[in-house]
Design a protein around this ligand. Structure first.
Ligand code: G3I
Length: 479
């Protein structure tokens, strides 16, 4: 394929070839405590190296390559999060209206989960890769169809997908406004309608907005998305994360304000992830840019992980730009080595050391006093239960009348399930829980985050109404 980018880095039309961790990942680092850098044991794979700081390292996976043993060997060894490159898109999962087909989506999901990886869902509402029946719809019929699609697909994977790209690429490339599309024509509230529908469909998933060319804070498109996220947070529209695709090339280069941009989004009270990273180029120049992107994510507590958009250069949608970490033969490139080194240099999360974690680099809302963690000491009087797990609660965001909190569950020795008892101030209540199952004021693990290894942690989050002052994790019971 040819790959001459337009000024914004998108391929010309002719150039188009036309997801422990997770619980442990996200905002767990935002504890408000100062963390001391520690020397990490050098991990030898990207996933293991990222996990040292509580993050993941993922790749896009395509079913068409799952019978390629070099591809699966590398993908299995190196990555611990998977995004289906095309198989969970609307045209693949709902080829005829209200007739769902998950065969290829499940192939990717099963391959990932059977190999111990998490899966990021991609994507539910998008102007592109719509099946013909949807392309021809408009108005209230299209809005209903969109909501039905979100509901049915999320319910198929209920409790099993930690992050969903609910809405993809809804902003115009240069104006800072919305992209014109059939979805946009159903009314400007289509995006928030999509997020509300998604929360109702699977309250365990973190709900993300995902886009490209939102990497440079000065671009109108970035400002448009930023304003939307800020507005959603202010009005309580359920959005948990923003994905930055980060397709870089000479027409759309890695910007010097990339870290600051991620940081400013995280400061709105959302997690951020690098979701489709590829950087055209070669040699040390390419390696340096990959390392810089990696270090930028590592510098931001709410940057949970990085996903590259394919395994080998030849697997890329921009293969001629050699934008990935492995060459066509599956050899590690200089870019691989630089990313691994950057990941290994990150201050690790050490749940056995209560003095660890990071200095939050984003202005955070004040955290409530948290339950202290010393999962290595079951007799620790500060351990609320002493029975194998410790819960640490952090208020991530609060506003007049509501708040969002995350709870980190740390295990002294391996456990297969957990329940956290929450204490809420009078007049406050839980309105929504993700990555956990709620019963009254107790929250237990969901299917994929119950097993917590020795010295590791999982995480869930919840939204509450009322005041956050005094909310705490009072008990943690392991199974
Ligand atoms: O599988 C068919 C094949 O049978 C047929 O012969 C061939 C003819 O064109 O098409 C093949 O399907 C192609 C598919 O990729 C698999 O290779 C589609 O035409 C092609 O449109 C599709 O492109 C995908 C593109 O999204 C579509 O928008 C790319 O693989 C995929 O990497 C790309 O991913 C997107 C993200 O979802 C969103 N962000 C941008 C990113 C890159 O464009």
């Amino acid at each position: 394929m040819s790959s001459r980018p337009n000024p914004r880095g998108r391929p010309t039309t002719s150039a188009r070839r036309t997801t422990v961790l997770i619980g442990a990942v996200s905002a767990t680092l935002l504890t408000g405590t100062l963390f001391h850098p520690m020397v990490a044991n050098a991990a030898t794979t990207l996933g293991a190296a990222a996990a040292q700081s509580g993050r993941y390292f993922g790749t896009a996976i395509s079913t068409g390559r799952l019978n390629d043993s070099t591809y699966t060997r590398i993908a299995n060894a190196e990555f611990n999060m998977v995004t289906a490159e095309n198989e969970m898109k609307i045209d693949a999962t709902e080829p005829n209206q209200n007739q769902f087909n998950f065969s290829n989506a499940d192939r990717v999901f099963d391959w990932a989960t059977q190999n111990g990886k998490k899966v990021r869902g991609h994507t539910l509402a998008w102007h592109s890769q719509q099946p013909n029946w949807m392309q021809n719809m408009s108005g209230t019929a299209l809005r209903s169809a969109m909501k039905n699609h979100i509901t049915k697909v999320m319910q198929h994977y209920q409790g099993k997908i930690p992050y969903w790209d609910v809405v993809n690429e809804a902003y115009d490339d240069s104006s800072g406004g919305r992209r014109s599309s059939n979805l946009q024509s159903t009314g400007n509230d289509w995006i928030e309608d999509a997020f509300k529908t998604a929360r109702a469909a699977d309250s365990t998933a973190k709900l993300c907005y995902n886009d490209y060319n939102t990497d440079n804070s000065t671009w109108a498109k970035t400002k448009g998305v930023y304003a939307m996220v800020k507005d959603f947070k202010a009005r309580g529209v359920p959005i948990d994360c923003v994905g930055f695709q980060s397709h870089f090339n000479s027409g759309s280069p890695y910007p010097s304000n990339y870290r600051a941009n991620l940081e400013s989004f995280a400061a709105l009270g959302v997690d951020v992830q690098i979701t489709e990273l590829d950087i055209e180029g070669s040699g040390q120049t390419q390696a340096n840019t990959f390392a810089n992107v990696t270090k930028d994510c590592l510098a931001i507590p709410r940057c949970n992980g990085i996903t590259v958009w394919g395994v080998r250069d030849s697997d890329s949608w921009r293969a001629s730009g050699t934008p990935l970490l492995f060459d066509n033969s599956g050899n590690k490139k200089a870019a691989y080595t630089s990313v691994l080194a950057a990941l290994n240099a990150a201050p690790p999360v050490d749940p056995t050391d209560p003095t660890t974690p990071t200095t939050p680099t984003t202005p955070t809302t004040p955290t409530t006093p948290t339950t202290p963690t010393d999962p290595t000491d079951p007799t620790d009087p500060t351990d609320p239960t002493g029975d194998g797990c410790t819960a640490t609660l952090t208020v991530q965001d609060s506003w007049n009348g509501g708040f969002v909190a995350s709870v980190k569950v740390s295990a002294a020795s391996s456990i297969s399930g957990w329940t956290v008892g929450l204490t809420l101030p009078n007049g406050s209540s839980i309105s929504n829980v993700w990555n956990g199952t709620r019963s009254g004021t107790s929250v237990s693990n969901v299917a994929w985050n119950g097993s917590v290894g020795s010295g590791r942690s999982a995480e869930f989050g919840f939204q509450g109404t009322g005041s956050a002052s005094g909310v705490s994790a009072a008990s943690c019971t392991a199974r």
